[in-house]
Design a binder for this molecule. Structure first.
Ligand code: HEM
Length: 410
């Protein structure tokens, strides 16, 4: 029998889940987590919340429950733009923005297997020198522009995008076109017509990429996957789902983690100095940053395909469930002194990369980006610090929080 994590057998608390709470948001000007998470973990770990787009969902905050829910095959991921129904006339039945996360077996398994070798720990290790080169290239330009500088625009934002584009085979120079289209596609408040329009644009762009890999193969993951269509392992639709996944989730979260990591380390100069002088701490520090930084404040949404029980609450078929990874990673029944960043934390079974068949395929790559991204900064700017009198700006409408600007000096 699989050992249960601490807290798994806690009795259902008395708090009333009939109340519908407003969707918890991080306090303005911070990365989070939402203050309600700690209270809900203690008193109502499976709560009803009202989402900004006028729908309700079950908000799951304890580690043990989040861990179960994210790997439960009875909960599926709806396609971006598919849930909830958006304002405006109903969209027609054309193709949707389907990514890897929404694929079901056996197609999902075939795609995961075909892409696995490109994202394995060995493949990523081999790629590290090139990842470092890309970091140095960006930092050369950043340093040359003079101090103070905005580290988000100059480094934490372009770095993971540059790495992913090169590895996967997406032209980096197309970013001025696809970044705004992606932002519109991921905006939950657009109408169904607007959603369909940007979906069509992204599908056409990805189809063009696939066609180019076929006529002019490169040394990249898209070319690898296109070649697996020839032997019947994959279809063009599978490669399309992969390409759309890379655009929608392949770089943004890494950028957010890198920006929040630097922001958090610089908030206490002794943290920066400690990592600079004790590089052996880096692997554990990266895991701790992944646990501690509440980027995933409630963005993952699942739909129940049948009635299921979550800690004594009945989640009905069709109900939405939000497992709050950031809250699970702050659960004091699993992590001692959970609200404290402990760069030397030894036992760290965080859930930042999810769990189960849909866990993050880019986890090794993300770890490498965070490690190399920080090391390159520590090597170059031993005395990096927040720029005097300039606060970072935050987008307080978004639940996935990271600074929009990070003014630094050195
Ligand atoms: C710190 C950075 C990252 C974090 C914290 C993160 C987190 C996650 C999480 C929690 C999931 C699971 C979502 C679910 O259960 O539906 C996921 C899935 C996924 N991630 Fe990441 N991710 C990161 C970086 C990346 C990168 C760099 C890539 C690029 C390859 C990537 C590609 C994907 C894909 C394709 C999926 C869907 C996998 C599937 O459904 O089979 N992620 N990620």
């Amino acid at each position: 029998m699989t050992p249960q994590p601490p807290g798994a057998r806690d009795p259902a608390p008395e708090a009333d889940a009939a109340d519908v709470l407003d969707f918890p948001l991080p306090p303005p000007g911070t990365m989070g987590p939402p203050e309600e998470c700690a209270r809900l973990r203690a008193s109502c770990p499976v709560a009803r919340v009202r989402l900004p787009m006028d729908a309700t969902a079950w908000y799951v905050t304890r580690y043990a429950d989040v861990r179960e829910v994210i790997a439960d095959p009875r909960l599926i991921r709806p396609a971006i733009n598919d849930w909830p129904a958006r304002p405006g006339p109903a969209a027609d039945d054309g193709p949707r923005l389907v990514t890897m996360a929404e694929l079901e077996p056996p197609r999902h398994l075939a795609l995961r297997r075909a892409a696995a070798s490109a994202f394995s720990s060995r493949a990523v290790r081999d790629h590290v020198p090139r990842i470092r080169e890309l970091a140095e290239h960006l930092l050369d330009a950043f340093q040359e522009a003079g101090r103070p500088g905005d580290l988000v625009a100059g480094y934490t934002e372009p770095f993971p995008l540059l790495v992913l584009c090169e590895l996967v085979g997406i032209p980096f120079e197309d970013r001025d076109w696809f970044l705004p289209v992606l932002a519109a596609a991921l905006d939950t408040m657009v109408t169904s017509e607007e959603g369909r329009e940007v979906t069509d644009l992204l599908r056409a762009y990805t189809a063009g990429l696939i066609a180019r890999k076929r006529s002019r193969p490169g040394d990249d993951v898209l070319t690898l996957l296109v070649s697996r269509c020839e032997d019947g392992t994959l279809t063009d639709d599978d490669v399309m789902a992969f390409g759309l996944s890379m655009l929608t989730v392949g770089f943004g979260i890494s950028s957010f983690f890198l920006a929040n990591s630097v922001h958090t380390l610089l908030a206490r100069p002794e943290r920066w100095a400690r990592l600079r002088d004790h590089r052996d701490l880096m692997p554990g520090a990266v895991e701790e940053l992944l646990r501690y930084l509440p980027v995933m404040n409630g963005t993952l949404l699942l739909l129940a395909t049948e009635d299921i029980d979550v800690r004594g609450r009945t989640v009905r078929r069709g109900d939405a469930v939000i497992p709050v990874l950031a809250s699970a990673n702050r659960d004091g029944s699993v992590f001692a002194d959970a609200a404290r960043l402990d760069l030397c934390r030894a036992d760290n079974p965080h859930l930042a990369f999810g769990r189960g068949t849909h866990n993050c395929i880019g986890a090794h790559l993300a770890r490498a980006e965070l490690t190399v991204g920080l090391e390159a900064l520590l090597d170059r700017f031993a005395r990096l610090r927040p720029a005097d009198g300039q606060e970072p700006r935050w987008d307080d409408r978004s639940v996935t929080k990271s600074p929009l600007t990070l003014p630094v000096s050195w």
